[in-house]
Design a protein around this ligand. Structure first.
Ligand code: ZN
Length: 216
């Protein structure tokens, strides 16, 4: 059970960090981690992610049904479970409503990664998912499909989602996605970014692809 307690603590830490960084205001956002093939830990609906305790996390099955814990699983559970089903390498999922990514999501503007080499190596691309109402299987399927080729997605008129090989990796991807959103907004004010040469973009994207399931 040590593994389960460690995972619970990692989710609590990530929730606190993301809340303090302004990415999960109020009770928004949700976090999850794969416990084993049959069980996922997820935040309860309506919880303040900055004040979670390890015992507050719920255990659900891969279809989103509650196995253990008190409360209702997050309303966005389907986004998490669809992602775990589609991508066996994913160990954690973070969904947040960060301010800057939220601005781009509200404006239906993408977050480019092809102007900064480190962004490409860290994230590959950041997918854009067109607006689909929250808590629907249509949104869950669209998100899972987008994440097959990206570590993060901007959900238009909603927020953002990232995945990782660990809770901390998924949290860091969200932090990077939000930093890149800030940069993207400032670059727009300068009149637009200058993409790297196409061959360099392809090479760096290749490095991301190669390391994708190695980083923990
Ligand atoms: Zn949301």
């Amino acid at each position: 059970m040590a593994v389960e307690l460690d995972l619970r603590r990692a989710l609590v830490r990530a929730g606190r960090d993301l809340y303090r960084q302004g990415m999960m205001a109020g009770a928004s956002g949700n976090l999850s981690a794969r416990l084993d093939a049959e069980r996922i830990l997820i935040t309860p609906s309506g919880s303040a992610k900055g004040r979670l305790r390890p015992q507050d996390l719920l255990v659900i099955d891969p279809e989103g049904r509650l196995i253990a814990g008190e409360g209702r699983p997050s309303a966005e559970t389907a986004m998490h479970t669809a992602t775990y089903r589609a991508l066996p390498g994913v160990e954690a999922v973070v969904h947040a409503h960060p301010v800057k990514a939220g601005a781009l999501a509200a404006a239906n503007r993408p977050i480019p990664t092809d102007t900064l080499p480190e962004a490409l190596v860290a994230m590959g691309d950041i997918a854009c998912v067109p607006f689909i109402p929250s808590a629907t299987t249509e949104l869950a399927d669209a998100v899972a499909a987008a994440l097959t080729w990206a570590d993060g997605a901007l959900l238009f008129n909603h927020g953002a989602i990232t995945i990782g090989r660990s809770v901390d990796a998924a949290r860091m991807k969200m932090e990077i996605l939000e930093a890149l959103s800030d940069t993207a907004i400032q670059v727009q004010m300068l009149g637009g970014g200058v993409p790297l040469p196409a061959a360099e973009v392809a090479r760096l994207r290749g490095i991301w692809r190669q390391r994708r399931w190695e980083q923990r």
